[in-house]
Design a protein around this ligand. Structure first.
Ligand code: ADP
Ligand code: MG
Length: 238
């Protein structure tokens, strides 16, 4: 069953078209990565799926539902931000539980959900700390934890590892892969890092100047890039 479907999606900022006729069907549980150079439209497309940018033309379906005009809060998706966006004055426990508290869930249920997320992400050792007392990788885990508790239909990540140093990036890449295995939730992930794309993705969507120029598994893209741009980006031999 398709999880998220884009139909002839376009984005215009005034007179400038930055997303051009994107058609894409993402299967439930799939790990899809948008790659392409800076400015090609990766973030804009992700933000349109999240509902943070209006869709100028075309349609965004979530499951069987036309979500094109839905506000972000109705879409049931979790956007994991690069900037972490944690509340500095709250403990990790309260940060992770915050979306549930806002939704008015009873305390016992919140505690249970937070424990579940803490187990999945190994947050147990620092549940009572504040964000300022955490490393970059730990903060990233907390941010992911905060989105897990709402059982989203899909996770949306915009370059989640780009603020981390090289060693942490490798560690978090592994954590995200494991999280995808554990939760089996659809993930849409933006990066300009081909190693991340090649190691994490079930399918890679290559964007250039607002257009999809190729969609395929890492292996398909590596073995048969549709043009020189893809070949160079993926690092395939021809
Ligand atoms: P990427 O994430 O691939 O680097 P973006 O989606 O951020 O690319 O941007 C795609 C294009 O849209 C860029 O040319 C960018 O300058 C333009 N753009 C993004 N947001 C806005 C905006 N709010 N207003 C006008 N132009 C924008
Ligand atoms: Mg971007």
């Amino acid at each position: 069953m398709p999880s998220i479907t884009l139909k002839a999606v376009e984005k215009w900022f005034g007179e400038v078209q930055v997303i051009k006729g994107v058609d894409l069907e993402i299967e439930e549980g799939e790990f899809v990565i948008f790659v392409g150079p800076s400015g090609c439209g990766k973030s804009t497309l992700l933000r349109m799926i999240a509902g943070l940018e209006e869709t100028s033309r075309g349609q965004i379906m979530i499951g069987e539902r036309d979500a094109t005009a839905e506000p972000p809060s109705k879409r049931g998706l979790a956007m994991v931000f690069q900037s972490y966006a944690l509340y500095p004055h709250m403990s990790v426990r309260d940060n992770v539980g915050f979306p549930l508290k806002s939704a008015g869930l009873p305390a016992a249920e919140i505690a249970e959900k937070v424990d579940e997320a803490a187990r999945a992400l190994k947050l147990g050792d620092y549940l009572d700390r504040r964000p300022k007392d955490l490393s970059g990788g730990q903060r990233q885990r907390v941010a992911i934890g905060r989105s897990i508790v709402r059982d989203p239909t899909a996770f949306l990540f915009d370059e989640p590892l780009s603020n981390l140093d090289a060693a942490l990036r490798v560690e978090m890449r592994y954590e995200i892969a494991k999280l995808h295995q554990t939760l089996a939730t659809t993930m849409i992930y933006v990066t300009h890092d081909q190693v991340e794309a090649m190691t994490l993705a079930d399918r890679i969507v290559v964007l250039e100047a607002g257009r999809v120029i190729q969609v395929g598994s890492p292996r398909e893209l590596y073995e048969s890039p549709s043009n020189l741009f893809v070949a160079q980006f993926i690092g395939s031999p021809r």
